[in-house]
Design a protein around this ligand. Sequence first.
Ligand code: ZN
Length: 745
Amino acid sequence: MKNFLLSLALLLVAVACTNSPSIHLVSNGISQYSIIIPAKANDQENRAATLLQKYVKQVSGCELPIINDLKTGQKGIFIREKAGLQYDGYRISSTDDGSVTILGGKRKGCVYGVITILETYLDCHLYSPTFKVIPASKNLNLPLINLADSSVNNYRIVNYFSQAYQNDEDLMDWNRLFPHYIFASHSFNWLVPWETYFKTHPEYYALRDGKRLPTQLCLTNPEVLKIAIEKLRKEMAANPTQVYWSVAQNDYGNPCQCEKCLKIEKEEKSQSGPLIRFVNQVAKEFPDKMICTYAYNYTQSAPAITNPIDNVHITLCSIETDRSRPIATDTSKAAKQFVKDIADWGKICKHIATYDYTINYHHFISPHPNLFVLQPNIQLFVKNNVFDHYQQSDIAEGHEFVELRLQLISKLLWNPNIDVSATMDQFLKRFYGDAAPLIRKYIDELQKDMVISGDRLNIFGPPSIHQNTYLTAENLEKYSGYFDQAEAAVKSDTTLLHHVEVARLPLSYAILEIGKTNIVGPRGWWDNSGTVKSKKMDGILDNFYAVMTREKIGVMSEHKLTARAYYDMSRQTAGKVYVQHNYAFHKRVVPDPMPNSMNKYNHADLSLLTDGGIGDLNQSKPAWIGWETDQIELNLDLDTLVNASTIEMTTLWDTDARKILHPSLTECLVSAQKEKGFVPVGRIEIKGNQVNEKNIRTHIFKIPGNTKPFRYVKLKISGNKFMPAPYPTVGQKAQIYISEISVNK
Ligand SMILES: [Zn+2]
C-alpha cells in the first residue's frame, strides 16, 4: 500500500472559491437539482447519493431525486467513482451553469466528497449518536467549488466500546473512519490451544526457568508451526473473504527460552526474531492473505536480520510510552526506545500499523490531559511510514471528553497537520455553547498544571497517583470553580448544561477517588476523628451517580465497572472507618520484605495499612499494598500496652488482575516486648485454589481472654508462590494485597 500511496499522491491543497453564492441548491424549499449516479452504481456511489439526499432533506425539507440521467432543464449533482484517484480521496468541482461533480477514489471517496459539502457548506456536524447539529433552512446555497482532498493514511480505525457509536454509520463516515477492526490479536492460544495440547505436548509451549508454561508457544518447534498452519488453513476455508489473519503472541509475556529460541533471539538481537521467522513461514503458505502480528511488549524491537515478508502486517504497540508529552520529544527511556523501534520497523516493513493508546483504560472517566499529544504522536507515526492506525480509544458515552477526543483523533488521522487548537474551539463552541471558553480554560489549565508538575500519564493509573502533582486540593478547587461558572453560563439550555455536567464527571471522580486514599482528613470522606462523614463527598457521589444514570453511561473501565457498581462500592468503602477504638490507627507497620514495585499507584505507601480505611475493588487498587512473594512478616508497634479484643487484616482476591490471591495461612502473634516474647493468638488458613473466594476478606483474630496486655503485633503471612490451576496465569508468581490492619478495643 505504501508504494500505491506514493505513486498516487494527490494534491492536498483545497481551493474553494467562497465568493458570493452562485449555486442555489434549494430555494424556498424547492430545488431544480437531482443527484445523478451511474446506472450500475456501486455501493459507495449509492451511499453517497443517499447521504446527500437524506441531509439536504433534513435541513431544507426538500428531497432531491436520485436518478441516472439528467433531463433537460434540470440541474445535477453528479456523483461517481473515478479510477486514478487515491483511496478515499475526492475531487469536487462546479461549473458556471451550476452543476456540481463529486468524483471519488475507491472505497469511500464519493461519500467523503458529499460529507465535505454537507459539513463545510451546509453546516451539518455529527459529534455523537445523540448530538448532531443539523441546521434548518429553506434556502441552501453553495459557492462555486473546486477542491480535492485525500488522506496520507490508509486505515483509520478508532475502536468503540459503545454499540451506539459502533452502529452509527453516518457518524463513522463523518469521521472518515473504518469500522472497528484489529489487524493482530493475541492468537497463539487460538492457534495451538494449551487446553488441547499442553498435557501431552508441553514442549509446544514456552520453556521458562527450566519449566514449560502455556504462556507462549515455542516458535522453533516444527510441530507448532504445522499445527498453526493447519488451523489457519481450516479457518480460512470457512471464511474465504477474510484477508487479515492474526499470528500473534498471547498477552502473558514470558516467551520461550529454549536453546533454539534463545539462539535466534541472540542472532536477531530481539525477541521479535523467533516471532518474525515463525510468522514469515506461516505467511509463505498463504500468499493471498495478510498475516498479522504484534511488535508489542517483548517483541517491540525489530529483528536485526530477518525482514517481514510482503504479506506480513506488523502492529507496533506504544503501550510502554507515557501520554503526558509527545513520544518524539520525550526523553524517557521508553519513548526513546519506541522512536528507535518505529524507525527500525518502518524501514523493513511493507505494512505496518500502530496500536496507540489514547485514554485511561482502568478509569475511563478520569482527567487524562493528553489531548495535545495526539497530534505529534500521529505525526511521528506517519513520518515513519505508518499509514495504518488503530487508535485504542474505547469510545463510549460519558468517557472523558469523548466527543471531542473522537473529533480530534478522526480529523488528525485524515490530516495529521490540522490546527488542533482551532478544531477544538470549533467543536467546543457547538458542543458547550457559552460554556465553551470555560471548558477550554479547564482543558488548558489541566494540561498546563500537569506539564508544570512534571508528572506523567499512565494509561491505567488512578487519579490518586496525581494527588500531589497536578490534582492537588488547590487545583481541584480551581477546576471546580470553572465548572461552576460553566454550568451557570448554560443553565437555561438543558442540552448544553447536560454536556457540561458530563464533562465535569472526571473531576468529580478524581475528588472521590483521591478521597479513598485519604479516607480520614480534609481530602477524605471522614473528619480527622473518624466520627463525622463528609456531606460534601456524599453529595459529589450522589450527583456523579445521578448524572451517570440520567445519561445512561454504561461502563467506567475496560473491566466494565458500571455506575451502579461504582456507587455501591464507594458507599461501602467510604461507609466504615477504623479510627475510634482502633489502637492501630496511624501506627507504624514494618514489613519484611518491603512491598514490590508493582505498587506504583501508591508508591507502596505503608501508612495506607493503618489509615483507617479499607480499599475497594476499583481498578489499580490504589489503597492496597501488594507483595509478589509467598512469605511476608508485618510488625506493628502500637506505642503503648493495650488490651484488645480482636486483630483484623483485610486481604484481596482479584480475578481481573488474575494474580492476586488471599494468603493461604496467616498467624497472628502479640508481645509486650520488642522482637521477643511473642505468643500466638490465632491462625487462619485458606485451603485449595480459592476459586470460590470473596474479593475482600477480613481475617479476624479473636484474642483469648487470658492474653496479657501487648504492644507489638506480628502477622506471619504465607501465600502461594505461583498461581495454581485453573487460573490462566497458572505458573506465574502470585501476589498478596493487604489494605488495612486494625487492633480493636
Ligand atoms: Zn522455544
